[in-house]
Design a protein around this ligand. Structure first.
Ligand code: AMP
Length: 121
């Protein structure tokens, strides 16, 4: 399998986290999604929210994922409240090569706990 095909295959390191094959600091889970702390945090709070369904990237989402996409956003809000980010936070989805995506399993970054700069690089 070529490198690009491999990087966009349905099994990624996040699939291994969902299946508990590698450890993660999980902060929330339900039947549709999982939230865990980023191993290389860019802010005092840096959590990744992922669907259990292995959608590779936002650009691959389809109309059948309508409800799931809403659920992911509402889960961000729920986790932000759970982690007491009352002063605000940022939500980021890196998509594809130019978006800086490195793990090809859709994920929402929740960043908070400090004042964040804009624009990002
Ligand atoms: P992206 O660049 O948007 O694809 O983000 C991927 C993120 O996954 C990065 O912020 C990494 O630090 C994070 N990451 C990679 N491997 C792990 C892991 N095993 N546990 C938690 N976060 C991870």
């Amino acid at each position: 399998m070529g490198k690009n095909l491999m990087s966009e295959s349905s099994d990624t390191i996040f699939g291994k986290i969902i299946r508990r094959e590698i450890p993660a600091d999980i902060v929330y889970e339900d039947n549709l999604c999982l939230a865990f702390r980023d191993v290389n945090p860019q802010a005092p709070v840096h959590v990744l929210i992922i669907p259990k369904e292995p959608i590779a990237k936002l650009a691959d989402a389809e109309s059948q994922h309508h409800a799931l996409m809403g659920h992911l956003l509402l889960t961000v809000k729920r986790v932000a409240e759970q982690l007491e980010l009352s002063k605000g936070y940022r939500v980021v989805i890196n998509t594809g090569a130019d978006g800086g995506q490195t793990v090809y399993h859709l994920h929402l970054h929740l960043l908070g706990g400090r004042s964040l700069q804009w624009p990002p690089g």
